[in-house]
Design a protein around this ligand. Structure first.
Ligand SMILES: [Zn+2]
Ligand SMILES: [Zn+2]
Length: 236
């Protein structure tokens, strides 16, 4: 049976950047888009968001910066999260402070203070990963497994050779999987070629930046540093 992941992988290989980063980005955007239409009323997802204390920094930024934002859905989620934090946080109120109870509490033995800090820390620490990160990681693994499985077919191997290649985090992830010697060699060879080409483009940019060669003008190496930075770090 044909692998349903394959067409998307081939298509992503034809686009700039790491194909797995690109696939993961658009799948995560779809996940977040659907989340508020279908899942905010889903008790399981609401519970997961309470345990993760909302979204991670990356997905919070994404939700605030894009049209994925849904004010009512986000209000419901964060109302839930703050309720959960308040429920679990050690209770100290202002009336206690006014009557000097808090001052007496603050003079308690160090082990009691440590206990209080520990339970506050528990209330303020996510118990599960951000649901968008979780979805992205599972989706990426499924795509990566398909990519490795079809690595030696002409379609995929040519598409990967013609692409910008996998970013380092995704290449490491691929090499951490149980992988046949021939697939491992193929992955290394494809990426070695890309590192060499990119290294030469960076060298060419440096050479042309010398005032003696400035009139030659820059070509494709103009943005090689951006491609190198994205290749090394991946993109979210
Ligand atoms: Zn990547
Ligand atoms: Zn996240």
């Amino acid at each position: 049976m044909a692998d349903p992941n394959l067409p998307a992988i081939l298509e992503a290989c034809a686009q700039p950047g790491c194909p797995l980063c690109r696939l993961a980005q658009s799948a995560t955007a779809r996940f977040l888009d659907n989340l508020f239409y279908e899942m905010v009323n889903d008790a399981g997802m609401r519970g997961q968001l309470r345990d993760s204390l909302g979204f991670c920094k990356t997905h919070t930024r994404l939700l605030l910066d894009t049209s994925l934002r849904d004010p009512l859905g986000l209000t419901i989620v964060y109302h839930d999260v703050l309720n959960a934090i308040l429920l679990n946080l050690p209770r100290l109120d202002k009336a206690e402070r006014a009557t000097g109870v808090l001052d007496r509490l603050l003079r308690r033995p160090p082990e009691e203070a440590a206990e209080q800090a520990k339970s506050a820390l528990q209330a303020l620490t996510p118990r599960t990963p951000c649901p968008a990160c979780d979805y992205r990681d599972q989706y990426t693994l499924s795509m990566l497994e398909s990519l490795i499985l079809h690595l030696e077919t002409p379609d995929l191997s040519q598409a990967l050779e013609a692409s910008h290649g996998l970013c380092l985090p995704h290449l490491r992830l691929a090499l951490e999987k149980p992988i046949s010697a021939s697939r491992c060699a193929k992955l290394i060879l494809i990426h070695q070629d890309k590192f060499l080409k990119l290294r030469d483009e960076l060298a060419e940019f440096i050479r042309k930046s010398d005032y003696r060669f400035l009139e030659e003008g820059f070509g494709a190496e103009r943005n090689a540093y951006q491609r190198a930075m994205e290749m090394l770090a991946g993109s979210e």
